[in-house]
Write a protein that binds this ligand. Structure first.
Ligand SMILES: C[S@@+](CC[C@H](N)C(=O)[O-])C[C@H]1O[C@@H](n2cnc3c(N)ncnc32)[C@H](O)[C@@H]1O
Length: 189
């Protein structure tokens, strides 16, 4: 079986085991990943943070765009998926962390991300977890940094606008289901 197919199966298994945590039945398409990452300049970033890495569709593309001295910290709460990421990318710039995004602060040593990439399923989180994670995003981002968010509904827009001075939204039809991409700048800390 191809890596693509086995990743889809692994992802589906993770969804069936924990639907609200995974929030999608398929990994994000490569077109949506590229459309999302095109919204920020990854080649100029020193520190990139990824939340909800899954099977690594964004991880691989972020590494391909990062400079040689940059760092990527990828958080994934599912231990099986985190293990897969660790085994798949043998890249000294990458640190895979198996932990909840709500504990992000403890993994950044006081540093702030130039680009934060979030694929977390905010709409299926309970209200407390959603607020805790959303509240830490502006604090984790450098003042001139960019937060990129992918979602399957626009519901999160108001929450993002409360926390960032500038929020732009696009829709990519090249994903199942079509995805909303948000680029957020000017963190309100
Ligand atoms: C919609 S999937 C996206 C996966 C992948 N980035 C993609 O685009 O295909 C959401 C991912 O977030 C992970 N996740 C859910 N809650 C999390 C949390 N609190 N902290 C870190 N990761 C979490 C899930 O295990 C899942 O892999």
């Amino acid at each position: 079986m191809s890596e693509h197919m086995s990743d889809r199966l692994r992802f589906l298994r993770a969804f069936l085991a924990n639907p609200r945590q995974v929030g999608a039945v398929l990994p994000t398409s490569r077109w949506a990943v590229r459309g999302m990452l095109d919204l920020a300049d990854l080649s100029a970033a020193g520190l990139v943070v990824e939340l909800g890495a899954g099977t690594g569709v964004q991880t691989g593309e972020i590494l391909a765009r990062l400079g040689p001295g940059a760092r990527l910290v990828s958080l994934e709460i599912d231990p099986d998926l985190a293990k897969l990421l660790d085994a798949r990318y043998d890249d000294p710039r990458l640190q895979v962390v198996c932990d909840s995004a709500e504990n992000l602060d403890t993994h950044l040593d006081g540093q702030r991300a130039d680009v934060l990439v979030s694929a977390l399923p905010y709409t299926s989180f309970d209200a407390g977890l959603r607020r805790r994670v959303l509240d830490l995003l502006p604090r984790a981002l450098a003042p001139d940094g960019a937060l990129l968010v992918i979602q399957y509904s626009p519901i999160i827009l108001g929450e993002l606008r409360r926390r960032f001075g500038s929020v732009t939204r696009t829709i990519t039809p090249w994903n199942v289901p079509p995805a909303f991409l948000f680029a957020c700048r000017e963190p309100r800390t």
